[in-house]
Design a protein around this ligand. Sequence first.
Ligand SMILES: NC(=O)c1ccc[n+]([C@@H]2O[C@H](COP(=O)([O-])OP(=O)(O)OC[C@H]3O[C@@H](n4cnc5c(N)ncnc54)[C@H](O)[C@@H]3O)[C@@H](O)[C@H]2O)c1
Length: 331
Amino acid sequence: MTKVLITGIAGLLGSHFSRYLLKDGYDVVGIDDFSGGYRENLPEGVFCSTLNLADFDAVDKFFKEQKFDYVYHFAAYAAEGLSPFIRTFNYTNNVIASANLITASINYDVKKFIFTSSNGVYGEENTPPFVETMQPKPIDPYGIAKYAVEMDLKNAYEQFGLNYSIIRPHNVIGIYQNIWDRYRNVIGIWIRQTLHHEPLTVYGDGLQKRAFSDMVYYNEPFEKLMTEFSGEIFNLGADKETSLIECAKLVQKCAENFGFKPEIIHLEPRVEAKYAYADHSKAKRLLGFEDKTDLERTVNRMFEWAITQPDREVKTMSYETTKNLYSYWKG
Ligand SMILES: NC(=O)c1ccc[n+]([C@@H]2O[C@H](COP(=O)([O-])OP(=O)(O)OC[C@H]3O[C@@H](n4cnc5c(N)ncnc54)[C@H](O)[C@@H]3O)[C@@H](O)[C@H]2O)c1
C-alpha cells in the first residue's frame, strides 16, 4: 500500500486531501501541531502525530519509524500580512520546518515531495496575471520563506535526487478553514464576525481584487502530482476575480439565509497587493485542473458548517515587533 505523509493535515488543504486519498485507498498518515488546525478536522481513524516540524529530532525519528513513499507538505503559518511582525515565527514554521522535512525525505528515500508554496512569491514587481515562468520577487517574509523552500527543493533534487513538484495556490476556501484566526482567511473572518453579531471589516476601500476557489477542486490535481511532473511549478486557483467589497456583500447576502444581518465597515488599509491574480493554463492543460467554484454556494456551505462548530477562542499572536502594527491588530 502506498504510504503518504500529509503535513498540516488538520488544516484546510490537509483535511480535504487526506479524506480524498483515504477514499482512493492510500495509507495516509498526518503530522500537525494544531497551532492553526483543529483535531475535529481530521478524517476518522487517521493517525496524526502531534509534532512540531521545527523539531529536527522529532521529524527524523518519525520518518525512521514510518517509511513514507510520498510527502505532501502543507503545514505552514500562512498569515502573509502579519509575517513582517512575526519574522522569526514565520521563518521557523515556514522555512526551518520545511528544511527538516526535506532532510528527512532525503535520508529516508521519499519518492517525491509535493510542496504548497504560494502566489505570494511573485511580489508586486511582477505584473499580473502571474505565470510560473516569472522570476519571483517576494515582498514580505511569508513570500520570502516560500521562495526559499522552492529553491531549497531544487537543490535537494540536484544534489540528492529528491523529486518534487511545487504548487502555488491562492485564496482557497472551504469548510474546515480556520475562521477563528484574526489575521488571515478573509471570508472565514467575515463568517466568524457574522456569527458573533459583529460588523464585517474591510481593510481600506475594498477595491482590492481576489479570486477565491473552493478546495474541493484541488484534490485531483494534487493526486496527479504524486507521480507526475517532477520539477514543475503550477499556479492553482480561480480565474474569476471579485473586489473584496463585492465579496463582503455576498457574505452579507448569505448571512441572511442564516438569520444574520451584518453591516460592513472599513478599517485602515494595510500593506497588500491590490491585484494578485494568476494564470492557470498550465495546471488546466497538464493536470486537468478545472475550477467550478460558485462563490455563493461555497460561502453558504461554509456558514452551514460554521454554525455547527464550537465558538473557539480568537487568539492574539505574540508580536516580535509592534512598530507600524495596524491599529486593529493592537490589543
Ligand atoms: N489556503 C490558501 O488560500 C493558501 C494560499 C496559498 C498557499 N497556501 C499554502 O497551502 C498550505 C496549506 O494551507 P491551509 O490553508 O490548509 O493552511 P491551514 O492553516 O489551514 O493549515 C496548516 C496546518 O499546518 C499546521 N502547522 C503549522 N505549523 C506547523 C508546525 N510547525 N508543525 C506542525 N504543524 C504545523 C497547522 O496547525 C494547520 O493545521 C500552506 O503551506 C499555505 O501556505 C494556502
